[in-house]
Design a protein around this ligand. Structure first.
Ligand SMILES: Cc1ncc(C[n+]2csc(CCOP(=O)(O)OP(=O)(O)O)c2C)c(N)n1
Length: 661
């Protein structure tokens, strides 16, 4: 009724399926996480969420669970241990893996529970999450609500196996098919399975047979469902059956049931009144922007912006006897103590930052393909498993989406995690979890995603189109992520530490070609480089080159080979959020700006910065802002082709054009 009156938003009815949500939720402890979907109102009510707050949520008002930012069941709360779904079917399952991993690591006797429909089982996420839970021996209960249809697609057009429960065999997991319309069966089964999962530290798949008595959503109708199906399932209605059973067993009388019904109706009316009494939304742009990120703590490890490689490099050069200099650095206790600065490679700096972070945070978990005994494709985690153990340094199956989801699940239970993408290119198969779950969750319902994804990126090594891409721009345009991209060993270490300390999801790009070709001064100490601050590499008067990653080295080499041009070089270091002050300062110094990046031209961050400069610094410009980027083609394999592809091939031409303007 309320939906028809336009007083609540889009509605996905669970009528006919109530026994599953309610029975399963009752079988769990109140503080065990559940990952519900669009039809699982019973999870929310069984967790005793105040109905008036639910009504507020569905109206999209300020004091609902998502401050008006989300609709229907797309919200969660830590208070009730419910993780809100995103629209995409599938991602919830892997988040349950992460929560179960957290329980396992904390040696708590708990399970997590995730729901999927029969349609959702065709998503890759279903396969990845179940396989990961099986391989990692995680106490997760996966419930399939098999109601015979996807949106309108019947199960015979959805899968070919006899029953979905059979799929468990393929993952090496137990399963059972039950009558999803009998609340006692659901409750008893899930209770028993919960004990099994905890005792054996294993997942379990439950297929609940049921039927949806309404359309997919209230507006979509039910024309595609034969009438006889409704008739057959109407007699199996879970609430009617339960009432009949209660009467037959003498637990309740018909009168008592009527009384309960009347009391509930009255309660709903009262709560609805409170719900409708809510204040209308107050639009505050400032709050909208602020809530995109969780507030980072004030870190005692952040170093002064001027304590920087170019300066330290001088110190390094002046001490050629020992190849080391001493300096005062911030100690973990917040004071200062002596630390050593050594010349180390880019890759070693990353390794050191990660290693020190593992020491600093006992709740930091590393996950990635081949990162344990093998030490990772680039050997960054070599030796880690011996020191920190298999629980914290985890080889993963090949399933990027599930691992990003699991990272988010760990975060729900207070863990930090770092996931290594073997190559940045493979982020495509974890993309949904990154851009829709990690990035949006804090804005949607206040839960942070304390996750760092390391992205070995870039070309120049003849690795072809799928091991060379610069894909940072895909993430830069996603509010909620932070994107960092160091170019020096000093920044590589400090930014990685800062990324791990930051409670938000950070994409950490590390250029493979710099790993072993670039060395620089790096203090032994644990320190942060502040996210969101660019680095002035050198100042100049004629021309600014604003760049990052490999581009910084191209610019430096170019400047040293062309000393007749006074070049101002700015290393952005963080691409989201950008350091606009530093950009403006560089523009003001030279009036001529070249944006240089290895990423391809169209849609690269150069275009974004050029637009910002045009809008904000037009009066300081003496020439149009120019971009020098890689060709708009995939990255070619042949080294000659790749050299031509790279922005570097056009750097001199672009500089000359700008200088001569
Ligand atoms: C990844 C993705 N693809 C498509 C959709 C659109 N969609 C929403 S619900 C739905 C049907 C889901 O069927 P099922 O998993 O059986 O669950 P049910 O709605 O029957 O409970 C579809 C196709 C979506 N939300 N996410």
């Amino acid at each position: 009724m309320l939906l028809r009156q336009g007083r609540i938003s889009k509605w996905f009815s669970g009528i006919g399926q109530e026994a599953i949500s309610v029975g399963a939720t009752m079988a769990l402890q109140q503080d065990e996480w559940i990952m519900p979907l669009h039809r699982n109102l019973g999870v929310f009510t069984t967790r005793n969420m105040p109905l008036n707050r639910l009504f507020k949520q569905w109206q999209g008002v300020q004091d609902g669970y998502s401050k008006g930012r989300e609709r229907s069941f797309h919200f969660g709360t830590k208070e009730h241990h419910i993780c809100g779904m995103i629209s995409h079917l599938g991602p919830q399952l892997a988040i349950a893996d992460g929560v179960a991993l957290a329980y396992k690591l904390k040696q708590q006797n708990k399970v997590s529970l995730a729901f999927t429909g029969d349609g959702g089982t065709s998503e890759g996420d279903f396969h990845e999450a179940l396989n990961t839970a099986a391989v990692w021996d995680l106490p997760v209960i996966f419930i399939i609500e098999n109601n015979g249809y996807g949106l309108s697609t019947p199960v015979m057009e959805q899968y070919r196996c006899e029953s979905l429960a059979d799929r468990a065999k393929g993952y090496g997991m137990e399963s059972v098919i039950i009558d999803g319309n009998n609340i006692l069966t659901v409750y008893d089964t899930i209770k028993g399975i919960r004990e099994y999962c905890i005792k054996n530290q294993k997942p379990y798949l439950v297929e609940c047979m049921t039927f949806r008595m309404r359309g997919h959503e209230e507006a979509s109708g039910t024309k595609y469902v034969p009438k006889e199906m409704f008739e057959a399932w109407a007699v199996k209605d879970p609430i009617r059956n339960y009432e009949e059973w209660l009467i037959k067993e003498g637990v309740l009388s018909t009168d008592a049931i009527e009384q309960i019904r009347a009391e509930q109706k009255q309660k709903i009316e009262e709560e609805l009144k409170i719900g409708f009494d809510s204040k209308p939304i107050v639009v505050k742009t400032e709050d909208e922007l602020k809530d995109v990120y969780a507030a980072p703590s004030n870190s005692p490890f952040r170093r002064e912006p001027n304590a920087h490689p170019s300066l330290m490099q001088d110190a390094y050069n002046s001490d050629d006897q020992t190849s080391k200099v001493s300096e005062m650095v911030a100690s973990p206790e917040g004071g200062s103590r002596k630390g050593e600065v050594r010349e180390i490679r880019f890759i070693d700096a990353i390794k050191e930052g990660l290693h020190q972070s593992m020491q600093q945070h006992s709740n930091l978990i590393l996950m990635g393909q081949d990162i344990a005994e093998y030490g990772g494709a680039f050997k960054i985690t070599e030796g880690f498993v011996e020191q920190f153990g298999k629980s914290r340094v985890r080889n993963t199956p090949l399933c990027e989406s599930a691992i990003v989801g699991a990272a988010l699940g760990l975060s729900l239970e207070g863990f930090k995690s770092m996931m290594e993408m073997q190559f940045a290119d493979f982020a495509t198969v974890g993309f949904n979890q990154i851009v829709n779950n990690l990035a949006k969750i804090h804005y949607r319902w206040g839960q942070n995603a304390d996750v760092v994804i390391r992205m070995p990126t870039g070309g120049g090594v003849g690795a072809g189109p799928f091991h060379s891409q610069s894909n940072e721009a895909w993430f830069i345009k996603t509010p909620g992520l932070k994107v960092v991209y160091p170019s020096t060993p000093y920044d590589a270490k400090g930014l990685l530490i800062a990324a791990i300390n930051d409670p938000n999801p950070v994409m950490y790009f590390e250029h493979k070609a710099l790993y072993r070709s670039v060395s620089g001064a790096v203090p032994e100490e644990y320190y942060e480089v502040e996210i969101g601050k660019a680095r002035q590499v050198q100042t100049g008067d004629d021309l600014s080159i604003i760049t990052y990653g490999a581009g910084v080295h191209w610019a430096e080499d170019y400047a040293s080979e062309n000393t007749d041009i006074s070049i101002d070089i700015l290393d952005l270091r963080t691409l989201l959020p950008l350091d606009y002050d530093a950009i403006a300062a560089s523009v003001k110094r030279t009036g001529k700006v070249l944006l240089l990046h290895e990423d391809t031209l169209i849609g690269g961050i150069g275009g974004e910065i050029a637009a910002w400069i045009a809008e904000n610094c037009f009066q300081y410009l003496d020439a149009p802002v120019m971009r020098c980027a890689s060709l708009d083609t995939p990255v070619p394999f042949n080294l000659e082709l790749e050299k031509n592809f790279m922005a570097l091939a056009r750097l001199n031409k672009t500089v000359q054009k700008l200088i001569g303007y």
